[in-house]
Design a protein around this ligand. Structure first.
Ligand SMILES: Cc1cc2nc3c(=O)[nH]c(=O)nc-3n(C[C@H](O)[C@H](O)[C@H](O)COP(=O)(O)OP(=O)(O)OC[C@H]3O[C@@H](n4cnc5c(N)ncnc54)[C@H](O)[C@@H]3O)c2cc1C
Length: 866
């Protein structure tokens, strides 16, 4: 029976669990003594004005205070309602690792570990940092592929990572049952830290550099003032500040609610257990590396002479604390723990006993069950929040101990420097929106927790919580006909099914079921005409007296004339690419701005902030949810659309990059002659209610021409052959537009002093250290997708940014950044894919000319390569 399950690992005696609400730290932390007596703020300094108020004294808030003060910011105040670490932090297992599958997050992990290594020396506070390394275990061939995939993604980053075989694993972890072990991913330098002492060391540093850490002081309300500053209410008085940062852990929702925001966060129950002394562990000469058995879904590390073991249950078994979302965190809850439930983790305990047999003889001496705050995708939300001035967040940390150092530094650099120091779009709080409801958050948190250790494939899709309420007008029409991708709440077709196809989502590290169908759609657009649902684009209207002035300040390109469209980039003050938008001048002073689905609120926040800062008289409206977008592309696109409108669509009457209002069979649309496919095409912006009707009339009109659907996978193949860059891949705030080869769009000699102009001039003067190149390579059954290591002469010299199969030239192709001296056409390089280096050659761009260029050359009588 359920209740009869033993509480000790191998049937030994049952140790009493710490009583609920016990203030004692678990032995798991690192067994430190907690002699801390919270000094009342009254004993320290109290100030009622601040440059910044940080709300919450967990590892995240304290790290931010430390970094800001260290960088020289004056008047940094942190308010903590009880005592430092009294949320999730104090009872964390403290695991630290260089590994993260996400590209940009590797930098956060790296910085944290390097910081933690020196913290004791800097602050005089010991942090209990152990660095025995860590091994992720592969016990299936797919997992070995995943490790190879992760190796190429790590090769161009500084942290050490090795793919090791069973022999080396056994040497590093002698008490492992090697029966099922195929390989391991080994990160020297990984380990664990005492989260309480870490936070205390950061606090000591923060104080040393002048920050005020005031506790116990609870923030009870927040009031924005018209000049963008804030009033922070506390029982001890009001603090006026220029900026607030919410670092309130599992109370972060409550802070958000004070100002009308609903942060998509939910606490989950996470448990780990600590064993008594195990003789075989005690006998070891060196500390065991941290073990992550991915199939068993748990981590395991040495805790003194015993082991500490923490599982991630399946989405069905795991436990959410939903009542805290609906009713708030109970007032008394602080350092308390949840009641533990070993029943829930029994499968994992059994898996661990099979892998590490000495566990069978061990007793559990401590169990910790605590709240971890989950966002829907388990990544934290870090940065300024769209829609509320000077309100920043660093919330939703599933792994706050390893993230604290890096995130504190990242935010501090951003706050002081006015722009993100490097790209971390995956942590942008603005990746969520109104569509991220409480229900969605709960469903997704379940999935994310349960999937903690599942195989991470390229082009991964996760299905819980879908569709959201944010669907395109075509969703019902298309949903059974295609494999959908998820973008910022939307469902968007990746590729369409035809009879004979193996349908559905079949992830793989190699080419998979969509490979042939995407080739078919590619051909459809190149030879006939295709239709694509582009509704997920972010869309804004900017108008008003100062709209031209504002856009001239924001964009590096010139402002298009009325009736025209161009591609424009917003640069950061350092001259990096913050965003790429399509700008259409609809009527004098009225603009339609279009961006990718993943950057909607990211871009909007920047535009709104600049408009407010500069006092521009403009109206900015986000029309993303009201407007549908259909793309039509291919040689017959004109012929098909012409059947539906009296407007002259001929090349001379409706030129490339022109936009105008037209009626298509009585449906009103703003048509822009542009297509990311590089083929003849239009994007049709219309009321979302009209999407299905518009789609139907176009499909009907195109019968004769053999019109058909295409999805974003084919679009990506088409744009890569044209050598079109993609924001988020070839360009982001880690790249400047010159090294990305975007010179054509950057008008350094336009009169307006646009953001980034001066910096870019300097970059140009100094010369480029690296460049984006265009590579072709011969592979078997696999294509690059971006973020792979690029090799030359036995060393990693760069990284790919995106890649695909070129259906017309029948080889793989990729964009990559490499040092300037290796960037000439004809240069031989290698691209690493699944553990193998494929020889690659830099070729001239593009592989396939765009339709406009072909037409132009044909008019001149030249030949054009297709
Ligand atoms: C059992 C367990 C094991 C874990 N193991 C690991 C691990 O191995 N590695 C890892 O990286 N992470 C681990 N974590 C996760 C990690 O603990 C958290 O991600 C991290 O502690 C979050 O820190 P934080 O600063 O965001 O929040 P918290 O530590 O929760 O701090 C928030 C603070 O805000 C204060 N506060 C709230 N409201 C107010 C208010 N109105 N006014 C003033 N102050 C306020 C609270 O009192 C609290 O001190 C684990 C978590 C648990 C529960």
């Amino acid at each position: 029976g359920k209740a009869a399950r033993p509480c000790s690992l191998g049937g030994g005696s049952v140790s009493p669990l710490p009583p609920q609400g016990s203030p004692d730290p678990p032995a798991g932390g690192a067994g430190r003594a907690r002699e801390e007596k919270p000094s009342s703020f009254l004993g320290t300094k109290w100030k009622d004005t601040a440059e910044i108020v940080i709300i919450g004294g967990g590892c995240i808030g304290v790290s931010l205070a430390y970094h800001l003060a260290k960088a020289g910011m004056k008047d940094v105040i942190l308010l903590e309602k009880s005592e430092l670490t009294a949320g999730s932090t104090w009872h964390a297992a403290g695991l630290t690792t260089y590994f993260h599958p996400g590209i940009n997050l590797k930098k956060i992990h790296y910085y944290s570990i390097k910081l933690y290594e020196k913290l004791e020396e800097e602050t005089g506070q010991a942090v209990g940092f152990h660095q025995p390394g860590s091994i992720r275990i592969a016990s299936t061939p797919t997992r070995v592929d995943e490790f190879k995939y992760q190796m190429t993604r790590a090769g161009w980053h500084p942290a050490e990572q090795y793919l090791i075989g069973p022999e080396r694993i056994q040497e590093l972890f002698p008490i492992l049952n090697m029966e099922k072990v195929l390989a391991g991913l080994y990160n020297p330098g990984d380990g664990h830290i005492d989260p309480y002492s870490l936070t205390m060391a950061l606090a000591a540093g923060a104080r040393k550099y002048g920050a005020l850490l005031n506790y116990p002081v609870q923030v009870t309300n927040l009031s924005p003032r018209s000049d963008g500053t804030w009033e922070v209410e506390t029982p001890h008085g009001i603090i006026r500040t220029n900026r607030i940062v919410n670092t309130a852990g599992f109370w972060a929702r409550e802070i958000g609610t004070m100002i009308g925001l609903h942060h998509p966060l939910i606490p989950v129950h996470h448990q780990y257990v600590v064993t008594s002394t195990i003789p075989e562990v005690k006998a070891l000469k060196t500390e065991l590396p941290v073990l992550r058995d991915l199939e068993g879904s748990y981590y395991l590390r040495q805790e003194r002479d015993g082991l500490l073991f923490g599982p991630y249950e399946s989405q069905e078994k795991m436990k959410l604390q939903e009542s805290w979302v609906t009713n708030g965190v109970p007032p008394g809850f602080g350092k308390e723990l949840f009641e533990s439930d070993l029943d829930r983790i029994m499968d994992h305990i059994e898996a661990a006993m099979a892998m590490v047999p000495v566990l069978k003889q061990a007793d559990i001496i401590n169990t910790v069950a605590g709240p971890i705050t989950y966002s829907p995708d388990i990544l934290p939300m870090v940065g300024p929040h769209q829609g509320v001035r000077n309100y920043w967040v660093a919330i939703g940390f599933g792994y706050g101990i390893i993230h604290a150092g890096g995130v504190g530094k990242y935010l501090s650099d951003w706050i002081l420097g006015g722009e993100p120091p490097f790209d971390l779009i995956e942590l942008d709080p603005n990746r969520y929106g109104k569509w991220s409801t409480t229900q969605y958050t709960a469903t997704k948190a379940r999935e994310s927790y349960g999937f903690n250790n599942i195989v991470g494939y390229p082009k991964e899709e996760r299905f819980a919580g879908r569709p959201t309420e944010r669907v395109s007008g075509l969703y019902k029409v298309l949903k059974s006909k295609c494999s959908m991708g998820f973008h910022a709440g939307w469902e968007q077709p990746h590729w369409f099914y035809k009879s004979g196809d193996e349908i559905g989502y079949k992830p793989s590290f190699r080419r998979t079921n969509w490979f042939e169908p995407v080739g078919r759609e590619y051909k459809q657009v190149m030879e006939k005409v295709g239709v694509i649902d582009l509704t997920p684009f972010g869309k804004f209207i900017v108008k008003g007296n100062d709209s031209v002035k504002l856009l001239d300040h924001l964009f590096a390109n010139v402002i298009p004339k009325v009736g025209a469209t161009n591609i424009s980039h917003m640069l950061t003050p350092r001259g990096q690419v913050y965003a790429e938008l399509t700008v259409s001048h609809l009527s004098p002073g009225e603009f339609l701005l279009v961006t990718g689905s993943g950057s909607e609120l990211h871009d909007l926040r920047w535009i709104e902030e600049e408009a407010l800062k500069g006092g521009y008289n403009v109206e900015i409206k986000n029309i993303t949810d009201e407007m549908g977008v259909l793309g039509i592309a291919g040689p017959f696109a004109r012929k098909v659309l012409q059947k539906l409108t009296i407007e002259d669509l001929s090349d001379s009457a409706f030129k490339f990059l022109q936009s105008r209002y037209i009626k298509l069979s009585d449906i009103a649309a703003t048509a822009i002659r542009i297509s990311y496919s590089g083929e003849l095409g239009w994007e049709l912006y219309h009321r979302k209610e009209d999407s299905a009707a518009l789609y139907n009339v176009i499909m009907e009109a195109g019968q004769e021409e053999g019109i058909d659907d295409f999805g974003t996978y084919a679009l990506n193949a088409l744009r890569l052959e044209k050598a079109f860059r993609a924001w988020g891949a070839e360009m982001n705030c880690d790249t400047n537009p010159l090294e990305a080869g975007l010179d054509y769009f950057i008008k350094l000699n336009k009169p307006a002093d646009f953001i980034g102009k001066q910096a870019l001039k300097q970059i140009k003067e100094k010369g480029l250290k690296r460049r984006l190149v265009y590579l072709t390579l011969e592979t078997a059954n696999i294509d690059p997708e971006g973020n792979e290591s690029v090799w030359h002469n036995g060393r990693v010299v760069g990284n790919t940014t995106s890649g695909n199969y070129s259906y017309s030239t029948q080889q793989s192709l990729a964009f990559a950044y490499v040092p300037t001296e290796l960037s000439k056409v004809g240069q031989k390089l290698e691209v690493e894919l699944l553990g193998q280096n494929y020889s690659a050659t830099i070729v001239e761009e593009p592989l396939v000319l765009t339709e406009q260029t072909r037409t132009r050359l044909q008019k001149k009588g030249g030949s054009a390569k297709v």
